[in-house]
Design a protein around this ligand. Structure first.
Ligand SMILES: Cc1cc2nc3c(=O)[nH]c(=O)nc-3n(C[C@H](O)[C@H](O)[C@H](O)COP(=O)(O)O)c2cc1C
Length: 369
């Protein structure tokens, strides 16, 4: 089957494959630019970009500058092919508005936003011509978002429906992750139906999509695009350290677990379930170590409105130091100083080697199993 194109707010990717945003520092410009150059959708991650770009440049830059810088690097690699987006997690409250403004200034094609409901996104974006793509894990979440966005005369330009097999943070209660009504196959039809009746915006499915055959299955079911994370994590172009990629290639099914601060500690201070390799040092030794907690990306406001609260600092037994753990997993904090944390999707154990984006896309577009 020839895969169809994917058009989002008038911009067309010649293949319906979206490389999902992967923070921290995994989907940098080298990865997103290569995917877009090949005709797909490359998604950067806004997480900790000020820190990463400051290290790269050797002087301190702010979030707005760093976001612009990263997007224009990806655009240079993509050379006007495909679509370049940036994933800005709603939970990264402190930097959210600056990341959005940086994306607009740089002329990114789209902003993808999940890890919380991006209810205020159209208001921040105002009249800028940029596609807005929420990530949801239920029809309820999408309905709430659409209702709120109506006030600003915006609809999603596309939606990513992420199921429970994905890597990173998961938008489900820990105990409901394996509930059959939450399987991507069950989440998709009512969301597609809703999208059809509300402007017919594209629906992109994510979580556990691994092969060409999986992609064909989803396109045949009516999905407009597929988003993959884990397959791109182990490409040469991804920002993951060699140790991280090697651990993915070696991991077994039983190594992949879901961390949660209450149900399987330590977990993410965001409170959301987080899929990880259990041998990843930050998970393995998390509860025994004192978190540095000197980055502050996940800070939440206290009652007086100041960004001071971080779960890792307040309760290190139940929360891992996610900022430093993920910065170590992309090599920006030495792993001798901070233990890395390796997030993966549920099918990471099926990956057997590290390949280029070119070879991966060739496999995904053409190779029937
Ligand atoms: C290493 C890694 C980091 C991720 N980081 C983010 C992130 O920062 N924000 C986000 O919305 N999703 C994140 N995700 C989810 C991906 O964007 C994508 O939706 C998901 O991985 C799809 O499932 P798959 O890994 O089974 O292909 C991450 C996934 C991985 C594997």
């Amino acid at each position: 089957m020839k895969l169809p194109q994917l058009t989002i707010r008038g911009r067309t990717a010649t293949i319906p494959i979206v490389q999902g945003g992967m923070g921290v520092g995994i989907s940098r410009s080298a990865l997103a630019g290569a995917v877009a150059h090949a005709g797909g959708v490359g998604t950067l991650s806004s997480a900790c970009l000020d820190f990463l770009i400051s290290k790269d440049l050797g002087y301190t830059v702010n979030t707005h500058f760093a976001t612009e810088h990263e997007i224009s690097s990806a655009q240079n690699i993509a050379r006007s092919c495909g679509i370049i987006g940036i994933n800005i997690m709603r939970y990264l409250d402190r930097d959210y508005v600056d990341s959005v403004h940086g994306a607009i200034t740089a002329g990114a094609d789209m902003i993808v936003s999940g890890a919380g409901l991006p209810l205020s996104l159209p208001q921040i974006v105002a009249k800028a011509d940029i596609a807005l793509v929420p990530i949801v894990s239920s029809l309820r979440a999408l309905t709430i978002i659409c209702k709120r966005w109506e006030k600003f005369s915006r609809r999603p330009d596309a939606v990513v429906v992420e199921g429970p097999l994905a890597g990173g943070h998961l938008g489900f209660e820990y105990t409901l992750l394996t509930h059959e009504k939450n399987a991507l196959e069950d989440l998709f039809p009512p969301i597609k139906d809703f999208a059809r009746k509300n402007g017919d915006f594209p629906v992109i499915v994510a979580g556990g999509i691994h092969t060409h055959d999986d992609i064909v299955t989803w396109i045949t079911r009516g999905a407009d695009g597929v988003q993959l994370g884990t397959r791109f994590l182990t490409t040469h172009e991804s920002g993951a350290t060699k140790a991280y990629k090697k651990m993915v290639v070696k991991c077994t099914k039983n190594d992949i677990i879901i961390a949660h601060k209450k149900m399987n500690p330590p977990g993410s201070p965001s409170g959301m379930p987080f899929r990880t390799i259990q041998r990843a040092p930050m998970f393995k030794y998390g509860a025994q170590r004192k978190p540095l907690c000197n980055r502050g990306y996940l800070l939440q406001k206290d009652v007086s409105g100041h960004y001071v609260i971080c779960g890792a600092k307040e309760d290190p037994r139940h929360n891992f130091c996610i900022c430093n753990g993920l910065l170590a997993s992309c090599g920006y904090v030495p792993s001798t100083k901070e233990a890395p944390l390796y997030t993966v999707g549920a099918y990471a154990h099926r990956i057997k080697k590290i390949i280029s984006v070119h070879d991966l896309l060739h496999e995904l577009i053409y190779k029937r199993s």
